[in-house]
Unconditional design. Structure first.
Length: 116
């Protein structure tokens, strides 16, 4: 089970940090990722981090502004978001993949709203 927290309302240019806590399973064996779904649009990939955090990939639209990290001891993955833009407004989801990029475990989502 994954539970996101940290969403909210922030002004453009501001910062926000999301957390996703896991329970059950062996956290360190999962690849983790953040996705988001803007209003009226399909869900899109944001960032992913490998089991040992040696491999990180961030989509171009947030590169240099968003940072994904994980703490296996706390079974938590993070998404630090800086220089937020109104187009970052979305429901943000964390997801876990036991094999490859087959994200089979999803959180319930947390709303991030960036006002202009």
């Amino acid at each position: 089970q994954l539970v996101e927290s940290g969403g909210g309302l922030v002004q453009a240019g501001g910062s926000l940090g999301l957390s996703c806590a896991a329970s059950g399973g062996t956290f360190s064996t999962y690849r983790l990722a953040w996705f988001r779904q803007p209003p009226g649009k399909e869900r899109e990939f944001v960032a992913t981090i490998s089991r040992s955090a040696t491999s990180i990939y961030v989509t171009d639209s947030v590169k240099g502004r968003f940072t994904i990290s994980r703490d296996n001891a706390k079974s938590t993955v993070y998404l630090q978001m800086e220089s937020l833009k109104p187009e970052d407004t979305a429901v943000y989801y964390c997801a876990a993949a036991a094999f490859g990029t087959n994200y089979s475990v999803w959180g319930q989502g947390t709303q991030v709203t960036v006002s202009s």
